[in-house]
Design a protein around this ligand. Structure first.
Ligand code: FAD
Length: 295
């Protein structure tokens, strides 16, 4: 499954998961995968944590591939890895038949620096090109990466990295104009690779603060509408307001020409399925033959 070829063939819809750490998380993810399989995603992606946890990404990606319902892309991060160690990771994916990778820097490790040799995602893109014929995606931040001193330098570094990759997926954001501005800025820098917008509905009041910490400020109007809905109807009303806002965002993105939609699922299916049903109708992505009743 090559994401670049899927994007060349038409609009994609993709779902992002993280590898479960406990039996309980594993059963939640299994139920989510069952449920979302009915939406027939173009592909799914699996996040990565450096260190001992990295085998979980490999295990989940290869398990999803073996199941054969849809292709899986592996996220890989390079900060804190030695070059040869990172090469081994990439060879393992290549030899397992994984064709698409998200090449990421990852966040700086806590504690003393441990001799990582790959400072930026671009270093990993280049190493992955040496190792195999991967289709390679990179991360993009519509508001600029939180560690960047300014937006202009972040855009320049993104353009440099995307010139050597095949596509980008964005951090989540809340206004279609942010995606448009990012794509326009890249075009002005001579880069026209597909940029998939990352969508994550805000479904709780606590998420408003958490998202801001991750570099995606929830606009005041959206925050106010959730707070207002919560005051009138409690958590369920706030959640409904968040899903409705994310659905509007998706509509605007598709109208603006986005090459697809990438959903951050947090390993749950309900919000993603609701947005899908609102956008495309509940039956649009069911497999033929009437299989696929909603649970
Ligand atoms: P880079 O592209 O290397 O950029 C990092 C910073 O360095 C930016 O400020 C950039 O402007 C700057 N920079 C780049 N090149 C240079 C240069 N040559 N000189 C000076 N500055 C430079 N993290 C995980 O740990 N696991 C995951 O699975 C994961 N998945 C993600 C998926 C998506 C879609 C996104 C958007 C993010 C994901 N992240 C993940 C988070 C990501 O690892 C962090 O945001 C990380 O801090 C930066 O990664 P990057 O790939 O954007 O880094």
């Amino acid at each position: 499954m090559r994401v670049d070829l899927l994007l060349a063939a038409g609009r994609t819809r993709s779902f992002e998961f993280f590898p479960p750490k406990t039996d309980q998380e594993s059963s939640v993810l299994a139920a989510t995968l069952d449920d979302l399989e009915r939406l027939r995603p173009s592909f799914v992606s699996v996040t990565y944590r450096a260190g001992a946890a990295r085998a979980r990404t490999f295990d989940l990606v290869t398990k999803i591939q073996r199941a054969g319902h849809f292709g899986a892309m592996a996220h890989v991060t390079c900060v804190g890895h030695r070059r040869e160690e990172m090469r081994d990771v990439l060879v393992q994916y290549r030899d397992a038949g994984v064709e698409s990778l998200m090449a990421l820097a990852g966040d700086p490790l806590e504690g003393p620096a441990d001799g990582g040799e790959l400072a930026y995602a671009l270093d990993l893109v280049r190493l992955a090109r040496e190792v195999g014929e991967f289709s390679i995606g990179v991360a993009a931040h519509p508001q600029g990466h939180p560690r960047s001193p300014d937006l202009a330098s972040d855009r320049r570094h993104l353009a440099e990295k995307l010139r050597e990759a095949d596509f980008a997926i964005t951090q989540f954001f809340f206004a279609a104009s942010e995606w448009r501005a990012l794509v326009d800025d890249l075009a002005a820098l001579g880069v026209d690779r597909p940029v998939l917008p990352g969508v994550m509905p805000v479904t709780t009041l606590s998420a408003i603060t958490r998202m801001a910490e991750m570099g995606a400020t929830v606009p005041e109007q959206l925050a106010a509408s959730l707070i207002d809905a919560h005051a009138r109807g409690g958590p369920a009303a706030a959640r409904a307001a968040g899903v409705a806002a994310a659905t509007r965002l998706c509509e605007e993105l598709l109208d603006a020409g986005a090459p697809g939609l990438h959903f951050y699922t947090l390993n749950r299916s309900t919000a993603t399925r609701e947005i899908h049903d609102a956008l495309f109708g509940p039956d649009d992505f069911r497999p033929p033959g009437g299989v696929g009743e909603s649970p």
